[in-house]
Ligand binder design. Structure first.
Ligand code: NAD
Length: 309
C-alpha cells in the first residue's frame, strides 16, 4: 500500500479521489487552503494540512515521504480568471510549478520517482476548429484559466526534460456529481441546475441553450486519475477525460427534469461574452491507454444526483 498527497482534497473531485484511494488501502494526506473546499468534504481516514500550494515550505513538508501526488488544487473557474487574472494565475500556474518542484526535490532527495498526476482542462482547447477535440488537436486557450492549464502541461514537459520529473496531465471536460457546490456562482451548470430545480426555481440559460458540453461523471474522473498514475513519465503525457458525447444545455435541463420527474421552467438570458459554443472530447486514446471501462450515461448520473440534493 502507498501513501499519497492530494492537493485540493477538500474540493469536489479531490474528495471523491480520496475516498477511492483510502478504499484501496492507501494513506492519504490532503493539502487544501479551504478557499472553495470544505472540511466536511474530507474523506474519513484522510489527514488534512491546511495551507497554500504556492507556499514552497508547506509543499516541501506535505510532499515528504509520499509515493505520489495527485494535484487538483486550483481556482477552478474561467470567470474568476476574468475578475482576478494575477490571483488565479498565482494558484493555477505558479502553484502547479511549486508542486512539480517539490516532487522533483523529494525524488532527488530519496533517489526515487515521486510522480505527479495533475488536473488540466478542456479549456486548453479554446474553440477548436474541429470536434471532437483529441489530444492532438492544437491547444488554443481563450481564457486565462485555459492558458494557465496549458502552462501546467508545458512546465510538466519541461520538468521531465530538465529534471526527469514523472508526470501525467488529465484534461477534464465538464465534471458533475455529488458534492459539487451548487451555492457557488462558479460551479458547474449541472450542480447549479440541480440546486435550482430542487428549490423549485427556474433554470437560467445564457443564450439559446444550444451550446453543447461533454458532461463526465466524477466516478469516471476518479477512475482516470487512479489509472493515470502508472502512466506518469518524463515525456509528460496528457489525456482527455470526457465521454465523447455532446449534450446541449437546453437538453441537459430537460434530461434533468425527466430524471427527477419534474418539469423545469427555463429562463433564457443574454449569452455570456466569450463563452465557448461547443465542447466535446475524443475519448479514444484515454480509453485505450488507461484501460478504462465505458463512462456513465448522463441520464443515469442525473438520477443518482436526486439523492444528494
Ligand atoms: P473545487 O473548487 O471543488 O476544488 C479545488 C480545491 O482546491 C478546493 O478544495 C480549494 O479549497 C483548493 N484550493 C484552491 N486554491 C488553493 C491553494 N492555493 N492552495 C491549496 N488549496 C487550494 O474544484 P474541482 O471541480 O474539484 O476541480 C479540481 C481540479 O479539476 C481543478 O484543478 C480544476 O481546475 C480541474 N477541473 C475541474 C473541472 C470541473 O468540471 N469541475 C473541469 C476541468 C478541470
Amino acid at each position: 500500500m502507498a501513501s499519497y498527497l492530494v492537493t485540493g482534497g477538500c474540493g469536489f473531485i479531490g474528495s471523491h479521489l480520496c475516498v477511492a484511494l483510502l478504499a484501496g488501502g492507501h494513506d492519504v494526506l490532503v493539502l487544501d487552503d479551504l478557499s472553495t473546499g470544505h472540511p466536511d468534504n474530507l474523506a474519513p481516514g484522510a489527514a488534512l494540512m491546511v495551507g497554500d500550494i504556492a507556499d514552497c515550505h508547506v509543499l516541501h513538508e506535505a510532499m515528504a515521504g509520499v509515493d505520489g501526488c495527485f494535484h487538483l488544487a486550483a481556482i477552478a473557474s474561467v470567470e474568476r480568471g476574468v475578475r482576478d487574472w494575477t490571483g488565479t494565475h498565482r494558484t493555477n500556474l505558479s502553484g502547479t510549478v511549486a508542486v512539480f518542484e517539490a516532487a522533483r526535490r523529494e525524488s532527488e532527495a530519496r533517489g526515487v520517482s515521486v510522480p505527479v498526476v495533475y488536473a488540466s482542462s478542456a479549456a486548453v482547447y479554446g474553440d477548436p476548429a474541429s470536434l471532437p477535440a483529441a489530444e492532438t488537436t492544437p491547444a488554443r486557450p481563450l481564457s486565462a484559466y485555459g492558458a494557465d492549464k496549458l502552462g501546467c502541461e508545458l512546465h510538466a514537459r519541461a520538468g521531465g526534460a530538465v529534471h526527469g520529473l514523472h508526470s501525467v496531465g488529465l484534461r477534464f471536460f465538464n465534471v458533475f456529481g455529488p458534492r459539487q457546490d451548487p451555492r457557488s456562482p462558479y460551479s458547474g451548470v449541472v450542480s447549479i441546475f440541480c440546486g435550482r430545480l430542487a428549490r423549485g426555481e427556474p433554470l437560467d440559460i445564457h443564450g439559446d441553450g444550444e451550446q453543447t458540453r461533454d458532461f463526465v461523471h466524477v466516478a469516471d474522473v476518479v477512475a482516470a486519475l487512479v489509472a493515470a498514475l502508472r502512466r506518469a513519465a518524463p515525456d509528460a503525457p496528457v489525456f482527455n477525460v470526457c465521454t465523447g458525447r455532446a449534450t446541449s444545455v437546453r437538453d441537459l435541463a430537460m434530461l434533468l427534469g425527466d430524471a427527477w420527474g419534474l418539469t423545469p421552467t427555463l429562463r433564457f438570458g443574454t449569452p455570456r461574452a466569450g463563452e465557448i459554443r461547443h465542447s466535446v472530447g475524443s475519448r479514444t486514446d484515454t480509453a485505450v491507454q488507461l484501460g478504462l471501462a465505458d463512462t456513465m450515461p448522463l441520464d443515469r448520473g442525473l438520477i443518482d444526483l436526486s439523492d444528494w440534493f
